[in-house]
Design a protein around this ligand. Structure first.
Ligand code: SF4
Length: 446
């Protein structure tokens, strides 16, 4: 028996708390290997489930282990482990992007390396194999056993155990996730490459089989969680064609880089049901992009939003304030461009040096010290560091100002659209959208 515990989300700003795709894969893989599992979600330290003495406990180090780069939950993981009698980390495994960091405060546990595919090392640990022989684990904060080969054939993985996850989220069971690849080959210095740099692709029949299964069981929307969904334009074009041929008809969204798209691709995606695309812009300053090794020409960004709109796909811009090279001028330049491009949604986040990234190493050299439990990290709410020219507080204040400006712009757009509508029902709907912006800006600008 292996017991999975997922700490209660700390990030209500992500919207509705959703099942964890990474844990769902781990649960289904262990089940496939004949291991009995039990899954507890939204666990709080003062309301822990009863855990017998002998099973292994697997706990996540973040809001999500694969859906998003959620906030660290390692302080909560420590409290929960104490609550189930594992304060010493005995027979406990930590997964997710902050697993190694968690060993600083839960020293007796074992961490699955975030750049490894977690399923096989996790299986070997909970099967009681000799730890010396298992690749891709941290035995302590300092003691790493290098990863073996990454999974080349992702098709060997069973589909994520959605039923186990979604029982805790009746409100979101029809909003499902999928992931067609693992890994991203780019070198952005702030990114912790939690699925490694080598891109692996699921076969198209394998992806389609899962999509049709999701459609049959009543999903109403698919959110593709690939790091860079269009990392191979050819693969994405083929996937879109097969989606159409197969009878898959659900709307979906995905996330990618602005320089990895074009009009033809967006048209194919639109025809296959794509409703919205998240584009990782980060900044509209070429100097800032260069400083974080984004390897992207700024001129590709506006064009990507333009062609998405031409294809009829809604856009979601990911912006980060405060990276190296950021100054007052670059902040204003970024905001000016965001307002001009006018994406349907935007996320303004704050530069956060995640341990193990080149950006973190650079900030360490400038004297940055993170809390052991990373409680100072929340990319949407806190600016833990400044840039060379701006303080953390100046960056935070600008972020708040930018959100306000964007919301004001959206409200103006909603109101002017409502005024133009002749049909009273449509006008009513438009005004309700406006009220939603007023009441819940988080749903528009997260
Ligand atoms: S493109 Fe995205 S996933 Fe890839 S390295 Fe950059 S930030 Fe990370």
């Amino acid at each position: 028996m292996v017991i999975f515990l997922r700490p209660k989300s700390l990030s209500p700003q992500w919207g509705v708390q959703q099942p964890d795709l990474g844990l769902a894969y781990c649960v289904s893989y262990l089940k496939q290997q004949g291991i009995e599992t039990r899954y507890h979600d939204e666990v709080e330290a003062d309301r822990v489930p009863r855990v017998p003495d002998d099973p292994w406990v697997v706990i996540s180090s973040s809001d999500y282990t694969m859906n998003n780069d959620g906030s660290p939950t390692i302080a909560e993981a420590r409290s929960i482990l104490a609550g189930v009698g594992r304060a010493d980390g005995r027979r406990s495994v930590i997964v997710g992007p902050y697993s190694r960091q968690a060993l600083k405060i839960i020293p007796g546990a074992i961490a699955i390396d975030r750049e490894s595919d977690p399923e096989r090392p996790l299986h070997r640990v909970v099967s009681g194999e000799d730890l010396d022989r298992i690749h891709g684990i941290w035995r302590s904060y300092e003691q790493f056993q290098p990863p073996g080969d990454l999974l080349e054939n992702l098709d060997i993985l069973p589909f994520p155990d959605w039923e186990a996850m979604s029982a805790a989220y009746p409100q979101s069971t029809t909003y499902e996730f999928n992931i067609t690849t693992r890994g991203c080959p780019f070198n952005c210095s702030f990114c912790y490459h939690w699925r490694g740099k080598k891109v692996r692709y699921r076969s198209l029949p394998n992806v389609i089989e899962q999509l049709l299964l999701q459609q049959r069981r009543g999903a109403t929307f698919i959110d593709f969680k690939d790091d860079t969904f269009t990392v191979s334009i050819r693969y994405t074009m083929e996937l879109c064609a097969v989606m159409l041929e197969s009878g898959f008809r659900l709307p979906w969204r995905c996330h990618t880089r602005p320089d990895m798209v074009n009009l033809e691709l967006f048209k194919a995606m639109k025809a296959a049901g794509c409703q919205s695309v998240g584009l990782g812009v980060e900044s509209f300053s070429q100097a800032v992009l260069d400083a974080i090794d984004k390897e992207m020409e700024i001129k590709s960004v506006a064009e990507s939003f333009r062609v998405a709109r031409e294809a009829g796909i809604k856009t979601f811009a990911y912006i980060v304030f405060g990276f190296p090279g950021e100054n007052e001028e670059s902040l204003r330049e970024t905001l000016k461009n965001v307002l001009q491009i006018n994406p349907d949604q935007v996320q303004f986040a704050f530069a956060t040096p995640f341990p193990g990234t080149p950006y973190y190493q650079a900030m360490k050299r400038r004297g940055f010290e993170e809390a052991d439990d990373l409680s100072d990290f929340n990319i949407l709410r806190k600016a833990p560091v400044g840039s060379e020219q701006l303080t953390a507080d100046e960056i935070l204040q600008f972020g708040k100002f930018a959100k306000k400006k964007f919301i004001q712009q959206r409200i103006q757009i909603e109101l002017s659209q409502a005024a133009r509508l002749k049909h009273p029902l449509r006008r009513l709907k438009s005004v309700r959208r406006y009220l939603k912006v007023m009441r819940d800006p988080v749903s528009w600008v997260i």
